[in-house]
Structures are given as structure tokens and as C-alpha cells.
Ligand binder design. Structure first.
Ligand SMILES: Cc1cc2nc3c(=O)[nH]c(=O)nc-3n(C[C@H](O)[C@H](O)[C@H](O)COP(=O)(O)O)c2cc1C
Length: 181
């Protein structure tokens, strides 16, 4: 079955490690007939949540209208949401955190976005897998709250510079996620 996939990226590095894994995943997913909508958060204007709780009351998901509103319909309609991001200071980069915080708009407005599949693709410089806990644990808690089902996590340590991902099996693992959808 062809699925609608939203891929939300967090890196500002277009040729970086997480983007290489993202490209491998998207290519594999499209080869299987899935439709992919990609949202590169770091190349968009997305601020944080203002906690005004007026979500969806002004005709848009967020009353503070920025590029987040360009991805909301695709998220609502998606069968699958994939988060792909480097670790910044043991956490999500601010760019993608803005998108994640504003998923709150669906909860405030009572939109039923449960039942989606999802996946996490992430990487970091340090060799210790636990460095990615600051991304992995919020991902797992978030999807538990939203009632989404994770089809897989690709966690690649030890990559700092552009191209380092090619010394790992990260792209292969990311492509293999498409087999699990
Ligand atoms: C602002 C910033 C903060 C970072 N913080 C961490 C960190 O806390 N732990 C770590 O292992 N790597 C950290 N890194 C390294 C990146 O996670 C690593 O270079 C990663 O491969 C970048 O992925 P990208 O090429 O997709 O942007 C940081 C990099 C930057 C630019």
C-alpha cells in the first residue's frame, strides 16, 4: 500500500550526515511507491510555541503564522512521520524543536492524529550511543503520547564532519526503514 510520508529534518547542513541518511530513506521509500513530503526545518522560518492555545481558531494551525503552517496539513494527512536530525548539545537542534513543540497545536485543537507510523534517524559526533538519549527519549515519549507506532530508530554515533556517515552503515539502515512501512 502506498503511504503518505512526512519527513522533518533538523540539520542546517545540506550535505551533512543526517541529510545523507534522509536522502537514502527517501529514495528507498519512493522506490516502494510511497509519497514523501519533506520539510527542512532549518531552511524554514519556524519559531517556538507561544502557548496562546488559540490553535486552529484563526483558520490556521498556529495563530503565529510562519512556515510551520505550511506543513500542518501534510502532517494531518500523513500515514508516517519521520524525524531526522543531528544531536546538538545532547538534544534536538532548535530548528526542529520548534516544529516538535508546535505539534501541540493538534492536541489543543483536539485533532485526532493518532495511529500514525513514525521513525527516528539521528547522529552525533561522540562515540557513546547514550549521547543520542536527548533525542531518542523525547521522541519515544512524544510518540507514546500521540499514540504513534515507531517502525525503527537509526542511531549513528561517531560522525562529525560532512561525509563521515559514509564510514558507517547509517545510510543503509535509513534505507532499510522503508522496508518496515
Ligand atoms: C551546535 C552543535 C552542537 C553539537 N552538539 C553535539 C553534542 O552534544 N554531542 C555530539 O556528539 N555531537 C554534537 N554535535 C556534532 C553533530 O551532532 C555532528 O557533527 C553530526 O554529524 C551533524 O549532523 P549533520 O551533518 O546532519 O548536521 C554538535 C554540532 C553542532 C553544530
Amino acid at each position: 500500500m502506498s503511504k503518505k510520508i512526512v519527513v522533518i529534518t533538523g540539520s542546517p547542513r545540506k550535505n551533512g550526515n543526517s541529510f545523507a541518511m534522509t536522502a537514502a530513506f527517501i529514495e528507498a521509500a519512493q522506490a516502494k511507491g510511497h509519497t514523501v513530503t519533506r520539510f527542512d526545518a532549518a531552511m524554514q522560518k519556524v519559531g517556538g510555541c507561544h502557548a496562546c492555545e488559540t490553535c486552529f481558531r484563526t483558520g490556521k494551525a498556529c495563530s503565529f503564522d510562519d512556515d510551520f503552517n505550511n506543513i500542518t496539513q501534510a502532517i494531518l494527512e500523513a500515514d508516517v512521520v519521520v524525524f531526522t536530525t543531528p544531536v546538538y548539545w545532547y538534544s534536538f537542534p532548535a530548528q526542529i524543536k520548534g516544529v516538535i513543540d508546535r505539534l501541540y497545536s493538534f492536541c489543543v485543537a483536539g485533532k485526532d492524529i493518532s495511529g500514525k507510523e513514525c521513525a527516528l534517524i539521528t547522529c552525533c559526533e561522540e562515540d557513546d550511543l547514550s549521547v543520542m538519549d536527548g533525542v531518542r527519549i523525547p521522541y519515544e515519549r512524544t510518540i507514546a503520547l500521540l499514540k504513534w507506532k515507531s517502525v525503527g530508530e537509526v542511531l549513528i554515533p561517531g560522525v562529525l564532519n560532512v561525509g563521515d556517515i559514509n564510514q558507517t552503515d547509517g545510510c543503509k539502515q535509513a534505507a532499510a526503514l522503508a522496508d518496515k512501512l
